[in-house]
Design a protein around this ligand. Structure first.
Ligand code: URA
Ligand code: CA
Length: 433
């Protein structure tokens, strides 16, 4: 087989066989096929696309390019959730204990990563003593006994995707539904769960700016998952404004606790139920999505979800008293209100820019080496569609520096007050097959 012939084949709009796709990904991972040939192929895929069978093959070839996680020692159907990324997304912190309270195994492997706030692990480390440096055996036995554990990322997962993603970044081929869907799904499949629930974000703060693109991506990923034997469903959710109120690590832990108590922000609660019901259904714990949602509401109301969160924190060395006393979480030295300068209705809150404002305070990492300040962040006191009077607080800044003029300027530049606006629709669509 010669790579040049395979590039020509895809350039001319023909289908690549399973064997050919394996040859390409294997050769690329080993370094036998150079970047310039794979660049040309990526561009051919960008224009000619791939059918469902090719997409599934590409995904599995990337899965097999490196280590895969074996969760077979964990009893039950393991369901993982993945979000395509947004601002102030506290759903994982809520969903993990929420579904575990229904006896669904949550075996979460999580990274740190870059972003406006830390990843799930950073957020959990806002809790004194909590640690994810546990052994694989301890991880498995915690999940078997308590249905929930989080471990830091180990192993060399999907090296082919790492190389290809970096190459796409510099060859204008990131924005292909086929390449994005196979990239995301390869990582989820290598992580070992039996079923996958996807939260595909759309709007200013998201990778997919329009609901149509987000829907196409969701369908592509659901189809890949189902074609390779991992039951997959998706929710398409709005990310034109940040989710919930809190953006920042300890602030989001508190927000998750409020939500598990049934007193969280409405949008966060709605999205957690939409994603959670798919997880419960795919785990085989309910006969319909409606029944699944009832079960989730029950463990919120009877306090089992909150108890599960306490148990989870204590199991991994954390101070579980924060659940009853969120004041025990790290606190910022300065609390600064950002008042509305005029009366009206909040018409726009640009999600990614507000996320960047939180990052300026130190809530997230700009580079891999940056240190996160777990105490700092923003609380949105108003969301799109809310009325506001002049002088009323739009945002509360939690900072560990006295001068936050740069953050205040960024907030004013990205929250627009108009004469009328309605709260955006949160759930654009659900994809179940
Ligand atoms: N996120 C990924 O992991 N891969 C892509 O290709 C795009 C976004
Ligand atoms: Ca939030």
């Amino acid at each position: 087989m010669r790579m040049v012939d395979l590039i020509a084949k895809k350039r001319d709009g023909k289908e690549l066989t399973t064997e050919e796709i394996n040859f390409i990904i294997d050769g690329y991972t080993k370094g036998d096929i150079p970047d310039y040939q794979v660049s040309a192929l990526a561009m051919a895929i960008y224009f000619q696309d791939m059918n469902e069978r090719e997409r599934a093959d590409l995904t599995m070839a990337m899965v097999h390019s490196g280590d895969t996680i074996d969760l077979s020692a964990i009893q039950g159907i393991k369901v993982d959730k993945h979000s395509t990324g947004g601002v102030g997304d506290t759903t994982t912190l809520v969903l993990a204990p929420l579904v575990a309270a229904l006896d669904i195994p949550v075996a979460k492997m999580s990274g740190r990563g870059l972003g406006h706030t830390g990843g799930t692990i950073d957020k959990l480390e806002a809790i004194q003593g909590f640690h994810v440096e546990i052994s694989k055996d301890e991880f498995v036995s915690l999940v078997n006994e308590h249905k929930i554990a989080v471990i830091g990322q180990t192993g060399n997962l999907t090296p082919a995707d790492k190389k290809l993603y970096a190459l796409r970044d510099v060859t204008a081929t990131v924005n292909s539904i086929t390449l994005i869907a196979s990239s995301i799904m390869s990582k989820k499949i290598a992580a070992g769960s039996d079923a996958i629930v996807l939260d595909v974000k759309t709007g200013a703060g998201a990778f997919m700016k329009t609901a149509e693109d987000a829907k196409e991506l969701a369908h592509a990923m659901v189809s890949i998952g189902n074609n390779v034997g991992r039951k997959t469903m998706a929710v398409i959710s709005d990310m034109s404004q940040p989710l919930g109120s809190a953006i920042g690590n300890s602030l989001e832990v508190k927000e998750a606790i409020d939500t598990l108590r049934g007193h969280g922000p409405k949008d966060l609660e709605e999205l957690c139920l939409a994603l959670g019901r798919q997880m419960v259904y795919l785990a085989g714990k309910a006969a319909s999505l409606e029944e699944a949602e009832e079960k989730l509401k029950e463990v919120i109301h009877n306090g089992k979800a909150l108890e599960k969160f306490k148990e989870f924190i204590a199991n991994q060395g954390g101070d579980s008293s924060v659940v009853d006393n969120p004041d025990n979480l790290p606190k910022a030295a300065y609390i600064i209100e950002v008042p509305a300068r005029e009366e009206g209705v909040v018409a726009e809150i640009v999600a990614d820019e507000i996320g960047t404002a939180a990052m300026l305070l130190g809530a997230g990492r700009a580079t891999k080496e940056s240190e996160i300040d777990l105490a700092v962040g923003l609380m949105l006191n108003k969301k799109i569609g809310d009325k506001v009077k002049a002088g009323e607080s739009l945002v509360t800044i939690h900072a560990n520096r006295e001068n936050v003029d740069d953050v205040i300027a960024k907030i004013y530049a990205n929250i627009r007050i108009g004469s009328h606006a309605e709260a955006p629709v949160l759930i654009h669509d659900i994809v179940t097959e």
